[in-house]
Design a protein around this ligand. Structure first.
Ligand code: G4P
Length: 529
């Protein structure tokens, strides 16, 4: 039994995934409110951070401090110590968004009840599935007219390929939203409009058979509810914790984050159903989070945008034991013992230096340029490496040309360093010997970041010429195929990455399928290990 079992067992580390505007920020605010971490909803992060346009790059730089602090939040609730990982959306969407999911033990998927499953949710969901982590669904904005509840569940099942198990069930939506029925307790939690959360609501819990319910729910709605419950109990699969833990079944909850309805119920159920820190796979097998020895891996590197300071912050997820700032650790990839400098954690609005942290926690440390994404840090005397973080498929591509050809050296150095930090991916044409570089990014803002940083940090001006490709595939069985002989569609392009791996670029999904059909021995993947 670990000395730190008490601390580790109460940790819950999860990411919130959603499409922009579904209500992720609002839900996070309400969580923090329940945890007493903030006093007033609305102070998690400036709206401006979430809403900037590509052209606002200078603004982003200014706001960088804000987005760093809000990327991980820790708070306490009901005996749990909760770490929420923010997955940036909008224009900030980048490979980091995907990498953040590598540090989470579970995910909360927020869906707008009037929109259903949207594009960004789908993308992030795929990464959760790859990791087999539990996924919990919160269908939000029930105070607005929502799609039919059965249709919503159907859509999740069909589009995402996961079984759903509604834990509660909405009674109406929009103006006719009356609350949710808890399928386990057979009680109705009545909705009360809190005027966007500014007023305390009077939420009542009424037994489904209680006559008082008839004052709140009109007869038609009651009849519909009873029919739906009967249908549900007869047709839907039963709750199965094991299937939830494996990521095969998602418990579904309904509510309205803005009016603070259904949030606490969700939080309470979720914390019980989700998992304490999970073991992580390393080259020495699984590392038990309860092990007394400290270990962690780097999942995100935040470059400092200030030219005068080339330092960075490396975010690491603690996987086992306890982090003690006064003790030395061992950086496996650098083969060096060291102290982690300026370790910090984010609690609600503030960032503070930490002396200790436990498995499940995320810390940010000062990085003078020694860490890479995926690096392992462990206790001195131990030496193992956690499984690497995959490279995710970029969706936007551009050819990069440097304007002053005399600066080739700085250009190559700069672009390589920025690629190593993981902000962009760089490719070269396959077998042509041409020196042209193609850049791939997950979110278009990264193009601006690249241009800005090359100019400011490396004094190199570039021009980016957009390319029409949207799909990239790694060749999983590259040893078995002759890349030169692959016959694809006319729009297909063969490239190689920094490590010399061959890849294929496509303009549309149809071409990917076509190429697979034409080359039956070819195995293509969307992630690269
Ligand atoms: P995001 O982080 O997922 O992008 O979404 P965010 O929480 O910022 O919410 C997006 C918009 O949806 C906000 O409105 C927010 O107030 C609203 N919203 C969130 N939850 C609910 C809900 O349960 N019901 C209703 N009716 N609206 C909800 P906005 O007008 O864009 O911003 P604001 O000016 O209200 O802050």
């Amino acid at each position: 039994m670990s000395k730190y079992a008490n601390e580790i067992e109460k940790r819950r580390t999860f990411a919130i995934i959603s499409h922009p505007d579904a209500g992720k920020t609002t839900l996070t605010e309400k969580f923090l409110l329940y945890g007493g971490a903030i006093n007033l909803a609305g102070s998690v992060k400036g709206k401006a951070t979430a809403r900037h346009a590509v052209s606002d790059w200078m603004e982003i730089e200014k706001e960088r401090g804000i987005s760093v602090t809000s990327s991980v939040l820790q708070f306490h609730y009901d005996g749990y110590c909760i770490n929420i990982l923010d997955t940036p959306g909008h224009q900030d969407f980048s490979e980091d968004t995907y990498r953040t999911l590598m540090a989470a033990d579970s995910a909360v998927m927020v869906i707008d009840g009037s929109k259903g499953v949207e594009a960004q949710t789908r993308k992030l969901f795929k990464v959760c599935v790859m990791r087999h982590i539990p996924i919990f669904t919160f269908i939000n904005k029930m105070d607005r007219d929502a799609n039919d509840t059965f249709d919503l569940l159907d859509e999740i099942e069909k589009e995402l390929g996961i079984a759903t198990c509604p834990i509660n069930w909405p009674i109406g939506s929009g103006k006719k939203f009356r609350g949710v029925y808890d399928r386990n307790t057979h009680k109705v939690l009545t909705f009360s409009d809190t005027q966007k959360g500014t007023k305390e609501g009077v939420i009542e819990e009424i037994d489904i058979d209680d006559a008082r319910l008839d004052d709140i729910v009109d007869p038609d709605q009651k009849e519909q509810l009873m029919d739906e419950i009967e249908l549900l109990d007869g047709a839907s699969v039963e709750f199965d914790q094991e299937q939830v833990s494996k990521g095969n079944m998602t418990p579904v909850f309904f509510g309205s984050a803005l009016t603070n309805f259904g949030v606490e119920t969700f939080l309470e159920h979720f914390l019980k159903m989700t998992t304490s820190p999970l073991p992580r796979v390393s080259d020495e097998g699984e590392i038990d989070p309860m092990s007394d020895d400290f270990s962690a891996f780097v999942f995100k590197i935040q470059a400092n945008m200030n030219k005068a300071h080339r330092d960075r912050i490396a975010f690491m997820r603690i996987c086992s034991g306890k982090f003690d700032a006064s003790q030395e650790v061992y950086h496996v990839q650098g083969d060096k013992k060291m102290r982690l400098l300026q370790p910090q954690q984010m609690m609600a609005e503030s960032r503070h230096v930490v002396d200790e942290a436990y498995a499940g926690d995320i810390i940010g440390v000062f990085d003078p340029g020694i860490f890479s994404i995926g690096d392992t840090i462990c206790a001195p005397g131990r030496k193992f490496a956690f499984e690497g973080i995959p490279t995710f498929a970029p969706e936007h591509f551009a050819r990069v040309r440097q304007l002053d050809t005399m600066k080739r050296k700085q250009f190559v150095k700069g672009i390589n360093q920025i690629a190593q930090e993981g902000a962009i991916q760089i490719f070269q044409e396959f077998n042509t010997g041409m020196e042209e570089i193609i850049v791939g990014v997950v979110g278009v803002l990264q193009f601006d970041v690249l241009k800005y940083r090359l100019e400011n940090e490396y004094n190199v001006e570039i021009r980016l010429e957009n390319l029409p490709y949207e799909h990239i595939r790694w060749i999983a069985n590259k040893e078995e195929v002759d890349v030169a002989k692959i016959t694809g569609t006319s729009d297909m392009k063969k490239v190689t990455d920094l490590k010399g791996n061959p890849l294929l670029l496509f303009v549309n999904a149809w071409s990917v399928g076509m190429t697979e059909d034409r080359n039956p021995n070819l195995v293509l993947t969307e992630f690269s290990k």
